[in-house]
Unconditional design. Structure first.
Length: 79
């Protein structure tokens, strides 16, 4: 079975999500990354995650790249 993970940066944490069809994911919401199984330095949440672990290494790398990119960009106040 193929599983896909989509990353969409810049969405407000106030945005509400939910399933739209029967037998769809039971709950959609925001989760701190450190609660994901296998996240470096994480706190091993008691939440149930399905098929997340295979994505953690690449997700961690992506987050580090995004943080590095945002730190290297000049802020708009420095113009």
């Amino acid at each position: 079975r193929m599983v896909k993970l989509y990353l969409v940066p810049g969405i407000s944490e106030e945005t509400q999500y939910g399933p739209h069809a029967r037998k769809e994911i039971s709950e959609i919401g925001w989760v701190p990354l450190k609660q994901l199984p296998g996240w470096p330095g994480g706190d091993d949440s008691k939440q149930k995650f399905v098929d997340v672990r295979p994505f953690v290494t690449d997700l961690c790398r992506w987050v580090e790249e995004q943080l590095g990119n945002s730190r290297s960009r000049p802020s708009s106040s420095s113009k």
